[in-house]
Design a protein around this ligand. Structure first.
Ligand code: GRF
Length: 203
């Protein structure tokens, strides 16, 4: 790829721990995700633990609390912040809010999410608990595009994790999370490479 390749600007949205955010930042800063810069980390929770890590990595952080506003108003502020920063791709990483239609429309095809199950099984909350309750023998994680359906948009990548006889929600979640940290950067790299290839072909 030529050195004049565009640098893609990522925004990561978090609500808590931010371990997937950290994996994405590390992958962008190390060059594992080529031509990519994490431009901002946005949260709806001022107490989100991931904020400190983002700051330590030299990344701008922005707290946009819901504070009594409607979902539409809250999302409008976030979309304005994304546009101001000329964000190309939005990565949800443990962001606990459902996006409004206007948000999805503004960045359609450019919003990714990671979910701790093999979608379309076990969408929604407590995916690992749902998997154990159903007695499945394989679980895993999925990166998908975000659309109006709950965890239902087109799938980009998946990883399988075996369920062990004595697994608890905690032990299974831990092994799935390890795979999430590898899968999300790989999926982002795949999506950006596809965009690069499409843009090169149209030149
Ligand atoms: C992850 O399990 C992710 O799949 C789900 O929320 C969790 C976030 O964890 N959407 P972290 O904040 O990235 O550590």
């Amino acid at each position: 790829m030529s050195s004049s390749a565009k640098t893609f600007r990522l925004a990561i949205l978090i609500s808590g721990r931010g371990s997937n955010m950290a994996a994405l930042i590390d992958a962008a800063q190390s060059g594992q995700i080529a031509h990519c810069e994490v431009a901002v980390v946005i949260t709806d929770q001022s107490s989100a633990a991931g904020l400190q890590k983002a700051t330590e990595c030299g990344i701008e952080t922005l707290i946009v609390e819901r504070s009594g506003r409607s979902r539409a108003e809250h999302d409008r502020e976030i979309v304005a912040a994304l546009r101001e920063r000329q964000i190309d791709l939005v990565c949800l990483a443990g962001y606990m809010r459902i996006l409004s239609r206007d948000f999805i429309d503004a960045y359609r095809g450019r919003i990714l999410n990671i979910h701790p199950s093999l979608l379309p099984s076990f969408a929604g909350l407590d995916a690992q608990k749902q998997a154990l309750a159903h007695g499945v023998k394989v679980a895993g994680c999925t990166v998908h595009f975000v659309d109006e359906t709950l965890d239902g948009g087109p799938i980009v990548a998946q990883r399988v994790v075996s369920v062990l006889e004595d697994d608890t929600v905690e032990t299974l979640s831990k092994r799935i999370l390890e795979q999430e940290h590898e899968l999300y950067p790989e999926a982002v790299a795949t999506v950006l490479a596809r965009v690069q290839a499409t843009q090169a072909a149209s030149l």
